[in-house]
Design a protein around this ligand. Structure first.
Ligand code: PAF
Length: 272
């Protein structure tokens, strides 16, 4: 894979990579499209990374269908699908893990303590295996994009990151491989996650600046829908993980919640 990328770069081609865990949906495919627009050669990686799942999480049941994924990628002009095995990624005796520091600690890091060490480590490994010029990630995983950016900056990784917009279902639900876990009732409830963040945005547009007031309104909205158990809801300064009490500039509302068996995350940019 590395030889192939180097050869393309040597011939003056720009290489893009889209790291994924498979179970591809329109969100992933939009990343492939972004890489395709920007690059001459596009590689999608599929690897369900065990080290970013905590015990009791859905590593075993995470949807896997390589053939279906390959069929989805072809019409989007993906040149290569790279799907390494676990032992290729984590050879015998594997012991190194990255700690990206404070950006990984709150929110997802608090609820999934080993998650970001696993993500940062595997992304670095994938970028060594596929040393592309550009790597595309989705904005839905807001904190992940900051963790990966920190890691790439701190470790001089010569790959530029391109962060692409969240792709949503018609009712606003952010596309996620984990949406497949939802029953039809839960699927309906899950649409409330985006709607509740929209409510915060609307209230801010009408002049509300107090994150406490917005939090109460969002949580009340979600409670009314039922079936949603919130892990966290927070307002952070855009581009950071710093929580704000008063919205006084570009802000991102972060939400994580359980709906049935699915743990879903979403976020929305709000002008404070
Ligand atoms: O966002 C994902 O799908 C994963 O966290 C990633 C970046 C592919 C690392 O396993």
């Amino acid at each position: 894979m590395r030889r192939l990328v180097f050869r393309a770069q040597h011939a003056g081609k720009r290489v893009g990579v889209v790291p994924t865990m498979g179970a591809l949906h329109a969100g992933h495919l939009s990343l492939v499209d972004a890489a395709r627009d920007d690059c001459d050669l596009v590689v999608t990686t599929i690897f369900v990374n065990p080290t970013q799942f905590g015990s009791g999480e859905d590593f075993e049941s995470y949807p896997r269908d390589l053939a279906a994924d390959a069929d989805l990628l072809a019409p989007h002009g993906c040149d290569y699908l790279f799907a390494p095995t676990s032992s290729e990624v984590y050879p015998d005796g594997y012991a190194t893990t990255l700690d990206v520091g404070p950006v990984a600690h709150p929110f997802e890091g608090k609820h999934r303590p080993e998650h970001f060490a696993g993500v940062a480590t595997v992304v670095l490994k994938l970028l060594h295996m596929v040393p592309a010029d550009v790597a595309c990630f989705g904005k839905k995983d807001y904190q992940q994009t900051l963790v990966v950016q920190r890691m790439v900056t701190d470790l001089n990784v010569p790959t530029a990151l391109r962060i692409c917009p969240t792709i949503r279902e018609a009712d606003g639900l952010a596309m996620s491989s984990r949406n497949a876990y939802l029953t039809s009732t839960e699927r309906h409830q899950a649409a409330g996650l985006h709607a509740s963040l929209q409510l915060a945005k609307k209230m801010t547009g009408a002049g509300e600046r107090d994150a406490g007031v917005l939090t109460q309104a969002v949580k009340a909205h979600l409670e009314r829908l039922g079936g949603i158990q919130v892990d966290y809801l927070a307002f952070v300064r855009a581009g950071t993980i710093d929580e704000v009490a008063m919205l006084d500039g570009p802000t991102v509302a972060l939400l994580a919640a359980h709906v049935g068996k699915a743990r879903l995350i979403d976020n929305l940019e709000i002008e404070g």
